[in-house]
Design a protein around this ligand. Structure first.
Ligand code: ZN
Ligand code: ZN
Length: 269
C-alpha cells in the first residue's frame, strides 16, 4: 500500500476507535440499564407502552455503524486540515488557559445546538427529507440505537459541525471531543423511551431549557415539531415546540415534590 494511503487508513482507524467505543458504551449501557436492569423501577417513566421490535434495533445498529464510518472519514479530513494549518484559531486558543477552555465547551455546545436545530429544519424540507432524514424517522418509536441511525446526508451534516465550528471559533485542542461526548450521551438518552428528567411541583421539567426525552420522542411520533436536541430555546423562539409537550412530559415525569397526575391514554399520533 502506498505510504499516503496507509497514513489515511491509520488516521481513519484512529478516529473510528473512540467513536465506536463511545457509541457502544452509551447505547448498550443505556439499553442495559434502562431497558433491562432498571425496567421494573422505571415502568411509570416509560413514555410509550409498546417497545420497538429487536429487528428495528438491529437495523439502527447497522446504519449507525455506517454513520460512524462516515464520521471517521470526515475525521481524516479534519486531521489533514489541522496538518495544513487550516485551524489557526485553535492554535491561538491553546494559550488562553482553563477559563477559556471551560467557556469554549459551553460555546461549542450552544453552537452544536443551533447547528442541529437549523440543519434539522432543513432536513425536514420535503425536497430533501427522503435523501437526508428518512432513515432516522423510520424509527417511529425510537430506541437507544437510533442515536446515529442516519442517511449519509444527515451523518455528513452532523459531523460537519466539528469540521466547521473551530474555523470560526477559537476552540482549544481537545475541547470539541467533550462536546461530542456530551452529544452522544444525551443523544442516546433522548431516544431511550424513558423520561428521566424530574418534574417541578407544577409538572414542568426541572430544567426546562434542556430538551427532554419526551420532547424528542414527540418529534419521532409527530414530525413537524420539536427540532431541537439539546436546548429548548430555538423551538420556543420559532414557535416549533409541540403544543402538548408540557402535558405529555408531566404524564411521564417523576415529581419528587408532589403527587403524579392520573395516567391518561396518549392522544392518537
Ligand atoms: Zn427529524
Ligand atoms: Zn431522533
Amino acid at each position: 500500500m502506498p505510504p499516503f494511503l496507509a497514513d489515511l487508513l491509520h488516521i481513519w482507524l484512529r478516529e473510528m476507535e473512540p467513536t465506536l467505543t463511545r457509541y457502544a458504551v452509551f447505547t448498550i449501557g443505556v439499553w442495559l440499564l434502562l431497558w433491562v436492569v432498571l425496567r421494573p423501577l422505571l415502568a411509570a417513566r416509560k413514555i410509550r407502552e409498546e417497545s420497538p421490535p429487536p429487528r428495528q434495533m438491529l437495523t439502527e445498529l447497522l446504519y449507525s455503524l455506517r454513520s460512524m464510518a462516515i464520521f471517521a472519514a470526515v475525521g481524516v479530513l479534519i486531521a489533514l486540515m489541522y496538518r495544513a494549518n487550516l485551524y489557526p484559531l485553535a492554535h491561538l486558543a491553546n494559550d488562553w488557559g482553563p477559563v477559556w477552555y471551560a467557556f469554549s465547551l459551553f460555546a461549542g455546545l450552544a453552537g452544536l445546538d443551533a447547528w442541529f436545530y437549523w440543519s434539522h429544519r432543513f432536513m425536514h424540507d420535503p425536497r430533501v427529507f427522503r435523501r437526508f432524514h428518512r432513515r432516522h424517522h423510520r424509527s417511529h418509536n425510537p430506541s437507544p440505537f437510533t442515536a446515529y441511525s442516519f442517511d449519509v446526508g444527515e451523518a455528513l451534516l452532523l459531523i460537519g459541525y466539528p469540521l466547521l465550528f473551530p474555523m470560526v471559533f477559537p476552540m482549544p485542542d481537545g475541547a470539541m471531543q467533550w462536546v461530542m461526548l456530551y452529544q452522544i450521551v444525551t443523544n442516546t438518552l433522548l431516544h431511550s423511551g424513558y423520561e428521566l428528567m424530574p418534574a417541578r411541583r407544577d409538572g414542568r421539567p426541572m430544567l426546562d431549557f434542556i430538551v427532554t426525552t419526551t420532547h424528542h420522542d414527540l418529534h419521532h411520533a409527530q414530525a413537524g415539531w420539536n427540532y431541537g436536541a439539546w436546548f429548548t430555546w430555538w423551538d420556543r423562539w420559532f414557535g416549533t415546540e409541540h403544543p402538548e409537550y408540557r402535558a405529555r412530559f408531566a404524564q411521564a415525569a417523576w415529581r419528587p415534590f408532589g403527587a403524579s397526575p392520573q395516567p391518561r391514554p396518549l392522544p392518537a399520533e
